[in-house]
Design a protein around this ligand. Structure first.
Ligand SMILES: [Cu+2]
Length: 297
């Protein structure tokens, strides 16, 4: 028993030494790379005192069941009052770690604050589940959890960046470059070569865009520029987006036409900003020599 205690103490000491080493490492390596993982939006299961509880879901593919969770406050009590945003009180985005199997759904909440929706998985893998909501009177939040679905996984490589996506007989063209400075992304929807000018309202707009960083599925906040009743119902829909870093991003554009929601999927690559805008870039834009780690983990 005392041996075990000693060992435990030794473990703590090791952790402490390791932490100190990390601290020194951080000091020694200046701001060459923004510490992305810690600050990555949408990847935590708690923020601002709110928590996304563990998610109950089928553990294997093709098994029918339900997906269930709660949002709790800092006292551990289930939150039951949410603000309506984009026509819904909670948006649930589910995607496999490789970006495949994207789903955007709206579970129903029971009076005691349990969110649920019928659910089955098509494929095995590690899935990220994002809850996008705003408790009444609080800021909007994106919290997420991972759900493991048993089975052999064949991860798909991230598709190369492309300006055209095809889905359900529609062709969607992306114009505008995603950037760390913020930019406008415009999507043009065509069917059989003809511009689609009668998009149907979906979630209070003519399209809904979700953007995730491919490397870690960090969740970007994207703002629609169009508005039902003010902007024409296609063929163009526009958004403002700002990428938190360089790298590849997965874009999922949901639009409704013919009574159905369709999802066009894009990969967009954010390159290093040209340094000729001089100011505003406090990360030593003059020293572009040291190699940035392009090796993806
Ligand atoms: Cu939604």
């Amino acid at each position: 028993m005392s041996d075990r205690l000693k060992l435990a103490g030794f473990g703590v000491a090791l952790v402490a030494v390791f932490a100190v080493a990390l601290g020194i490492g951080k000091l020694a390596a200046p701001d060459s790379e923004p510490a992305a993982p810690a600050a990555a939006p949408g990847l935590a299961d708690s923020a601002d005192g709110y928590t996304l509880t563990a998610i109950e879901a089928p553990g294997e593919p093709k098994a029918p069941g339900a997906l269930r969770f709660r949002i709790t406050d800092r006292d551990g009590a289930a939150v039951t009052r949410f603000a309506t945003r984009h026509d819904e009180k909670l948006h649930l985005i589910v995607v496999r770690s490789d970006g495949a199997g994207y789903r955007h759904v709206h579970p129903a909440m029971s009076p005691d604050g349990v969110w649920s929706i019928d659910w089955s998985w098509a494929e095995p893998g590690s899935y990220r589940v994002f809850a996008d909501f705003a408790p009444e009177g609080a800021d909007e939040l994106v919290l997420s959890r991972t759900v493991e679905v048993a089975g052999a996984v064949a991860p798909q490589p991230v598709p190369p960046p492309a300006a055209v996506a095809r889905v359900d007989g529609y062709e969607v063209t992306l114009t505008g470059d995603l950037s760390t400075a913020g930019s406008e992304l415009r999507f043009t929807v065509r069917r059989n070569g003809a511009p689609v000018t009668d998009l149907e309202p979906y979630l209070g707009a003519y399209a809904h865009l979700v953007a995730l960083r491919a490397a870690d599925l960090a969740y970007l906040h994207v703002h629609p520029e169009g508005e039902v009743g003010r902007t024409p119902p296609g063929p163009e829909v526009a958004f403002h987006a700002e990428a938190p870093s360089t790298g590849d991003y997965l874009l999922y554009l949901d639009f409704k036409h013919g009574g159905r929601v369709h999802t066009a999927e894009f990969t967009a690559s954010v390159a290093e900003q040209p340094s000729d805008d001089g100011h505003g870039n406090e990360h030593g834009s003059g020293s572009g020599e040291h190699g940035h780690g392009h090796g993806h983990g």
